[in-house]
Design a protein around this ligand. Sequence first.
Ligand SMILES: C[S@@+](CC[C@H](N)C(=O)[O-])C[C@H]1O[C@@H](n2cnc3c(N)ncnc32)[C@H](O)[C@@H]1O
Length: 124
Amino acid sequence: MPKHADGSAGDADYGTIGGGYAQYRQPEPKIAAYIEKALGAGQTVLNVGAGAGSYEPLDRVVTAIEPSASMRAQRPPHLPTAIDAVAERIPFPDAYFDASMATFTIHQWSDLRAGLLEMRRVTR
Ligand SMILES: C[S@@+](CC[C@H](N)C(=O)[O-])C[C@H]1O[C@@H](n2cnc3c(N)ncnc32)[C@H](O)[C@@H]1O
């Protein structure tokens, strides 16, 4: 059961505070480089708590999950549409993705351990 009207799953209600998020969250190049390196040779990538898509790689096949409708609506057209789902229950089979990522989101998950186990489960 979502905590907030727009589906936001954590303590933060992005339906209220998330307006304009895509304008002020701009990728920092050093962090983007770390993420690129960490993803390694992975071609299929899951982005959990994807928000408006900052730090989402453009040169891989990305699947994004994001519980807040407000955040999903801010994703630019060149990024994939995000699926309405939470980290604690990822709607994909075991070992489905080459790699998984999550940026600036785990502090909001209701069950960090469950979310990380789910990421591990769906990742080769
Ligand atoms: C600070 S934003 C970061 C968004 C994006 N990852 C970025 O780096 O810009 C945190 C995001 O985590 C999402 N979130 C909160 N709880 C979540 C959960 N349990 N599972 C998945 N995403 C969650 C929020 O809806 C929000 O979009």
